[in-house]
Design a protein around this ligand. Structure first.
Ligand SMILES: C[S@@+](CC[C@H](N)C(=O)[O-])C[C@H]1O[C@@H](n2cnc3c(N)ncnc32)[C@H](O)[C@@H]1O
Length: 239
């Protein structure tokens, strides 16, 4: 998957390109990250990327010209590499569709994407109207910039690329993949601060373990995220 990131801070992305599963996926060529820094596309000697909002008010906005030039360069780059001409431009925004596992699945099936990271008070509405196909939020709170949101999206999407996670069962058993939260897990030692590992996990009885895990998944989901149970329709089946 070709991932093109429009960002004033490409160096932040070393957090995912130098650590863990995303770093290995990049090494294996499962994901390819390219950065387009609007500052490189400025035309004035001060390389200005922000300006005051019309109408007054606090803060600054990202200027239209360098941002649009960076997006166009990302599109050209994709064309030059012969990949999907229709790569969607996604703006990371607190106003966007809130990312969940269904959204991650949708994004993971694409072969390319262009992610726009805002800074300051965000970006000019005309850039959204003219260049952006979709907006994605990582939650109902406000970050200082789109980079952490983009990295979150990239990490989640990378986990779903075939071969990215060593044991593919661990992805299919993750929370949300079947609409439920994951069951509680235990590792050595068998006793920790007087608390024992549930005996069924030591029994070697795989059928009993499967049943216990499903039951625990339901209990965990009902306790921590009851709305997921309603969404799955399991609350009706119970009565
Ligand atoms: C300080 S925020 C701007 C917030 C904007 N003034 C608003 O109230 O909608 C700067 C940038 O951070 C990113 N950002 C902030 N919160 C986000 C979230 N929850 N999800 C995705 N991106 C977010 C966006 O790219 C945004 O342009």
């Amino acid at each position: 998957m070709q991932i093109n990131v429009i960002t004033l801070f490409p160096e932040m992305f070393t957090a995912i390109t130098e650590c863990g599963i995303t770093s290995k996926a990049a090494e294996q060529g499962l994901i390819e990250l390219n950065y387009f820094n609007p500052r490189e596309f400025t035309t004035d000697k001060h390389r200005t990327v922000d300006d005051k909002p019309y109408g007054g008010g606090p803060g600054m906005l990202m200027k239209t010209q360098p941002l649009v030039a960076a997006i166009k360069a990302a599109r050209r780059g994709l064309r030059a590499r012969g990949t999907n001409l229709e790569a969607k431009v996604a703006y990371l925004s607190p106003q966007g569709r809130v990312l969940d596992q269904a959204g991650v699945l949708e994004l993971a099936s694409r072969d390319s994407m262009i992610l726009v990271c805002g800074r300051y008070q965000g970006i000019d509405q005309r850039v959204i109207d003219q260049e952006v196909d979709e907006e994605w939020s990582v939650g109902n709170f406000v970050l200082s910039g789109g980079e952490l949101a983009a990295m979150t999206l990239i990490d989640a999407v990378t986990r779903l690329q075939s071969g990215a996670v060593g044991d593919k069962d661990s992805v299919s058993q993750d929370s949300f993949s079947n609409g439920l939260l994951h069951w509680p897990e235990y590792t050595k030692p068998k006793v920790f601060n007087n608390q024992y590992v549930p005996s069924v996990l030591l029994s070697g009885d795989h059928k009993a373990i499967r049943e216990w895990r499903l039951e625990q998944s339901l209990i965990t989901t009902r306790t921590k995220r009851p709305e997921l149970i309603s969404k799955k329709g399991l609350d009706q089946k119970k009565h």
